[in-house]
Design a protein around this ligand. Structure first.
Ligand SMILES: [Zn+2]
Ligand SMILES: [Zn+2]
Length: 337
């Protein structure tokens, strides 16, 4: 009975999760993150650097922009940065991640014949160009972002055993040319989070980080709003002031203020550890509830069985262990992967 119609191909697919569909043109998120962590470990002084025009270069590479031309670095995206590309987008890891998981989606100018690469310089240059095409670019980015978000959630479960928020959005006046959509886990815990400017550009309460959802809503807004908002976006001073705001924990139920970045960084790590513990306890409780329900159901069906109570004791103690060690386990996984 064990050999039920198992075709020979089925057995070879254990690695499917890690194997990209097109072997030379995509990287799994787990693999790329592991490579990036390794590269960061070997380069603690931050010698891995983007050239100022790298994002633009990646987005404008001819098909495919992947890693197959190893001998010619100018024509490929580094392996620890590249994730995958589609005809309309290139998906990469942020070289300076500001959270546990931080990716960028770049629109590829080649997909929009009516636009030049200069039109993709930043959000205002694109939105000022042609509203209809700009909307198309945003919708294409949104379509890809939905897929990327699912991958990030899968990675969260794999690494941390729970899911948390994901922010998807832009900066109106980014430091590097070429529009890039950030897909970033909502924790802001990263060794690369080193100053006030970094933190405030991503903290949801400051307003520098513009959600993609908000940009998509602008297309439906009245024209005067459209122009006012774009003018504001183009104004560099508007951002400079916001970046100087006091440091404040972004968690809704906390809002504690901090004088220095190291103090805030330590606090954010604690917030994350607490959140992981709470979430993992919740998941464990739900599983336990489900297990008991199933056990009760099984007992009802076979009223003669007397083994149920013994099993209860064994698994109960295991749940307790998860509760006390929740935070530490998350941390050890972080360093192991
Ligand atoms: Zn940015
Ligand atoms: Zn807090």
């Amino acid at each position: 009975m064990a050999t039920v119609s198992t075709s020979s191909s089925d057995t070879d697919h254990d690695l499917d999760v890690l194997q990209p569909a097109e072997p030379f043109s995509s990287n799994s998120l787990s693999l790329a993150l592991a490579m990036a962590e390794e590269a960061n470990k070997n380069n603690p002084t931050d010698s891995r650097k983007h050239a100022p025009d790298d994002l633009q270069r990646y987005a404008c590479m001819p098909d495919p922009p992947g890693r197959q031309e190893k001998d010619n670095e100018k024509h490929c995206i580094p392996n620890d940065v590249y994730l995958y590309h589609t005809p309309k987008t290139v998906v990469i890891l942020d070289l300076y991640p500001k959270s546990k998981i931080h990716l960028l989606i770049l629109p590829r100018p080649q997909a929009y014949p009516k636009l030049k690469k200069e039109d993709f310089l930043n959000l205002p240059t694109l939105l000022n160009k042609n509203k209809r095409i700009a909307k198309q670019v945003m919708e294409d980015l949104n379509e890809e972002a939905i897929k990327v978000k699912a991958q990030v959630e899968e990675e969260m479960m794999k690494r941390f055993k729970f899911k948390w928020g994901i922010w998807i959005g832009f900066h109106g006046n980014p430091s590097m040319p070429h529009i890039h959509l950030h897909v970033i886990s909502a924790d802001l815990v990263s060794p690369k989070m080193s100053n006030k400017k970094h933190y405030n550009t991503f903290s949801p309460k400051i307003g520098i980080f513009i959600k993609l959802k908000t940009v998509l809503e602008w297309f439906e807004a009245v024209p005067s709003f459209w122009h006012d908002r774009l003018r504001e976006l183009c104004d560099k001073n508007y951002y400079k002031d916001l970046q100087k705001e006091d440091l404040q924990c972004f968690y809704e139920d906390c809002r504690r203020q901090f004088r220095t970045m190291p103090a805030l960084r330590e606090h954010l790590q604690l917030e994350f550890t607490n959140m992981s513990r709470r979430e993992r306890e919740r998941i464990a409780r739900a599983k336990e509830f489900e297990r008991r329900r199933a056990a009760r159901e099984a007992k009802r069906k076979t009223p003669d069985s007397r083994d149920g109570s013994q099993e209860d004791g064994g698994e109960g103690s295991q749940t307790k262990k998860t509760k006390t060690n929740g935070g530490e386990e998350v941390e050890s996984q972080l360093t192991l992967v």
